[in-house]
Design a protein around this ligand. Structure first.
Ligand code: TYD
Ligand code: MG
Length: 465
């Protein structure tokens, strides 16, 4: 194949240069030039080129708003994050740490889809066909009809997709795929971006009947690796290109896995699916509210349970804190919670409640490898810290939630009633919540203390002990 001439484009300003340079000649930024194909030749003389000719303008009113056809994957928790199922012509990016279960989940999903009559294709670039087969046996998927292609060259993958026209194709992983057109190594930013762009374009164009009549569009699922700092390897542009971005979360040492929708053009974001890794692969957990609690027989200092609301479901999560006297430079460490927020909370605690941790190491952790991004965790973090500092446990059956402001105020969390009802359902009996979240009607079995300020929350806790 004749190689297209590539050039180098600055990822900051978009300026280009015919050869690689350390410094962008247009904007002067360092290390931003990335190899790319000239735009005009990117669709590579195939049928995508005809897209331009078919483009026509219509008013919004004229366009039929057809609801996307969704195919349920047969895994309720996965469908939940996808917004109901795989969408025809949609592109899903699924990221996560190595070994967290991406390949396992997708193989299981493909198998159920194939059994429900879909034409599926699993493109594996990381494992051999035999390894995939071995995994499928382990998962108990006997006589699976899922088609497997062990291939990493983009052009051949596209040709196979075109020939077999699957309804759903999984590319595991996008980092292993490379295009002949670029000289960069597989997994490099340029390759990942280019390959993902081609596959996305394929998915979008696959349903169009350009000349030869075509049936359904292909839904493509890209598996992406996550770098050390938690972002999907490759450029962020990958996230912009695709329709849905799902992240696998969880601790590889615990059996629970969360799949979170970060972006979804076809459904709600921040929805989560909960799975448990078992001997036979991933199993959906339909009632996850109590799995992120460690079962202490008696209350222990430094532990506070909060109710977090992820997507549509409230979940109880235990926040743990350990405050310990430190050397000259005290450490602040958080796992599953925002580190900057921890520093802010410590400052609020000192300034407004007179509790100082300046000479202490402070560690906080959300149990079970779950990541909590909502500020409603603030109050629970703060109470866990003070509990650890004083060495006094919070009362039995205690929960708290609420955002804390820099002025020391406790702000309401969205949908507080639902959170409180979930806690009551699981047998919690005492709650400290923001004033605006206090329910008008009492909730059976739950004593609610509504607070407006941090000092007040600490006072309530002291009076309960
Ligand atoms: P895998 O899907 O290969 O992860 P990824 O594709 O995200 O890198 O998951 C592999 C891990 O899951 C591995 O540590 C073994 C474990 N596992 C099970 O516990 N049960 C199973 O049935 C399977 C297939 C894997
Ligand atoms: Mg894998």
């Amino acid at each position: 194949m004749v190689k297209e001439k590539t050039h180098y484009v600055c990822s900051d300003c978009g300026g280009s240069s015919p050869k690689w340079l350390g410094k962008c000649p247009s904007c002067g930024a360092w290390n931003t030039l990335i190899e790319s194909l000239p735009e005009s030749t990117t669709p590579a003389k195939n049928r995508f080129a005809s897209l331009a000719k078919t483009a026509e303008i219509a008013t919004l009113g004229e366009i039929d708003a057809v609801d996307m056809a969704r195919t349920p994957t047969g895994h309720e928790e996965l469908d939940r994050v996808l917004g109901g199922g795989m969408v025809e012509g949609g592109v899903v990016l699924i990221g996560g740490d190595p070994g967290i279960g991406k390949s396992t989940l997708l193989l299981q999903a493909l198998d159920s889809l194939q059994r429900s009559g879909q034409n599926t294709l699993y493109v594996t670039g990381e494992e051999s066909g035999a390894q995939v087969a071995l995994r499928s046996r382990r998962l108990g998927l006997n006589n699976s009809q899922v088609k497997v292609l062990a291939e990493i060259q983009l052009e051949r993958i596209l040709a196979t997709l075109d020939a077999t026209q699957p309804d759903i194709a999984v590319i595991d992983s996008i980092q292993t795929v490379y295009s002949d057109q670029l000289t960069s190594a597989p997994g490099s930013v340029a390759q990942v971006r280019e390959c993902a762009a081609h596959l996305t374009r394929y998915a979008k164009a696959s349903g169009r009947s350009d000349g030869a009549a075509r049936g359904r569009a292909t839904c493509i699922v890209l598996v992406g690796h996550v770098t050390k700092d938690g972002a999907l390897a490759g450029p962020r542009v990958l996230e912009h290109m695709v329709d849905t971005v799902l992240y696998f979360e969880g601790d590889t040492h615990s059996s629970f896995r969360l799949v979170r929708a970060i972006k979804n053009r076809f459904g709600a974001v921040n929805e989560i699916g909960v799975f448990a890794m078992t001997e036979k692969g991933l199993k959906g957990v339909s009632n996850p509210s109590a799995i992120f609690l460690s079962q202490h027989a008696e209350p222990v200092p430094g532990s506070c349970v909060m109710v977090t609301l992820e997507g549509t479901r409230p979940m109880l999560v235990e926040i743990q804190a350990l405050v310990d006297s430190s050397g000259p430079s005290p450490r602040r460490l958080s796992v599953g919670l925002d580190k900057d927020r921890l520093a802010m909370l410590l400052a609020v605690l000192h300034r407004h409640a007179g509790v100082a941790c300046m000479d202490q190491d402070v560690f906080v952790n959300a149990v079970g490898g779950v990541r909590i991004s909502e500020p409603a965790a603030d109050l629970a973090v703060l109470l866990a810290i003070t509990s650890s500092l004083r060495g006094k446990p919070l009362p039995k059956g205690f929960i708290a939630f609420g955002e804390i402001g820099l002025a020391g105020e406790v702000r309401p969390a969205p949908r507080g009633q639902e959170r409180l009802r979930e806690a009551a359902k699981l047998g919690f009996s005492v709650a400290v919540v923001p004033k605006a979240n206090a329910p008008k009607k009492p909730i059976e079995g739950l004593t609610i203390h509504a607070v407006e300020r941090v000092e007040q929350a600490l006072e309530v806790v002291r009076s309960l002990a």
